[in-house]
Design a protein. Sequence first.
Length: 478
Amino acid sequence: MKYIGLFLLLILSTVFAGNAENGKKIYDQWCAQCHGYEGEGNGYAADFSFPKPRDFTVGVYKFKSTVSGMPPLDEDLIRSIREGMHWTTMPGWKRFSDKEVEDLIAYLKTFSEDVFEDMEDIEKVEITTVPKCDEGKVKLGKDLYHGEAKCIDCHGHAGRGDGEKIWEPKFKDDWGNKIYPANHTHPWEFRRGTDLKDIYTVITGGIDGTPMTSYIDSLSDEQRWAIACYVQTLFLKRKTGPSIRFVKVDALPEDPNDPFWDTVDYLDLPMGGQVTLEKRQFTPVLTNVRIRGVYTQDKVAFLLEWSDRKLNKGDDGLPPDVLYLKFPQKLVDGPEKPHFIIGDRKRAMYLWRWSVAEEGAKELIAKGPDRIKEQEKSDVEVFYHYKDGLYRVMFIRKLSTGDKEDPEFTVGKFIPFSVSVFDGQEGETEPVTGAVSAWYYFILEPPTPLKVYVLPPAVFLVSLGIGIFLHRKLREQL
C-alpha cells in the first residue's frame, strides 16, 4: 500500500504540476518583451517602463503573502499574473487559462530554481481576523505613522511619498534603480491593492528588494493593523467623468488655499504619457490632476492641484515644474478640436502657461510643438501654493477679454479643456515630455431662474385654492 500511495502521489504531481516547457512558449510570446528572454528584466520594452520589469533571475519578488526574505507562494504569482500591477506597464493577464498560468509559473521558477527548492518552511503573513477601523485605531495608527514607525521619513507628513529620506543617493532598489515610496493619497496606484488586508500584509512583510522594511518584529500585530487603518484615511476619493460644472458665485476665492475651494465640486483627470510626438514620454510619475472652478458676472477661476514630490525651480540643473491649461482657440460646435497635446496646423490651441520659476502666467497660441507664439499681453492672473508634496495653482481671467485671439467663455456652453504637467525633478521639458490629459469639458452653469423657485409654490397654492373652492361648492349643493 505504501508504494501504491507513493506511485499515486507521483502521478498526481505529474498531472497537476506546471509544464515548464509549455510555460517557456507562453513566456517568450507574451512576457519576454519586458522581462527579457533570459528573465533578467532587460527586454526591449524595459526602457519604456517605470518601475523596471522584474528580474526573475535573483528570485526577489515584491508583492507576496510571505514574510521578508522568503519566496512567494504560487497563489502570489497567480495573483500578480492575473491582476497585474496597478499603474505600471504590467497588465492583468486574463487571456491565459488556469493551466497556462501553472505552466508559466513553472517556467518562471527555472530562472531562480534554488530560491524555490525548499518551500516547506515558508513563513506566511497570517491573518485570522480583520479588526474594525474605529477612531481609536486610526489615532494609534496616525501616532505610529508620524512617530515610532517613522513612516513619514519616506512617505512624508501628508502621505504623498515626499519624505526627506527619498532624496538620499542610496535610496534605490536592490538593482540600483530609482524608486519612490507609495503615495498613500493615491489608492489607484497601490500595486498590491487597497483592501485593509493588503495594506497590513505589506506593512507586516515589507517589500523585498526595496527600502520598505518589514515591521513584523518591530511592531505588534495591533500596531500594524492600526497603521493600515490610518493609511486608508489618507485615500483621495477619485471622481472621474467627461465634464465638470462651474457654479456662479458672488466673489471669487482669494487664493489657492481659500477654504471655500474645499466646498466646490471637482473632477479628477487621469494623466498619462504621450507617445505621439518626439520626445515621447512613456512613464510620467504624475498620475492625476484635480480641477475645480467657479465664476462671477465677469470672471472665471480655475483651481488645479496635483501631487509632486519636490518643488523644482530649475536651479539645480533640472527644468522647473510647469503647468499648461489648454483650450481650443476657436470654440465651435461639434467634435473637432485641436490635437490634445499641443495643437496642430489646422486647429490652434490657446493655453495658459504657469512655471514655478517665473512670475505670472503666459498666454500662448500653439499649432504644434514647433509653432508656439506668446501673446504680447497676458490677461490671466495666477497664484500658487506648495506644501507637503501638493501643488495648488489658481488661474483667473475675464470671461471675455476683448482680444480676438482669446476664446470667450460663454455661460451655458460646454467648453473643452486639457492639461499638461511637467515634473522638473524627472527632467520633463516643455512642450511635450510631461504628463498629459485627454480633452474634457467644463460648463459655466447658468444661475437657476427665479421662476424655478416661485412657479411651483404658486401653482401649488392656486391648485389648493381651486380645490378648496370646488369642495365648498359641492358641499353647498349637498
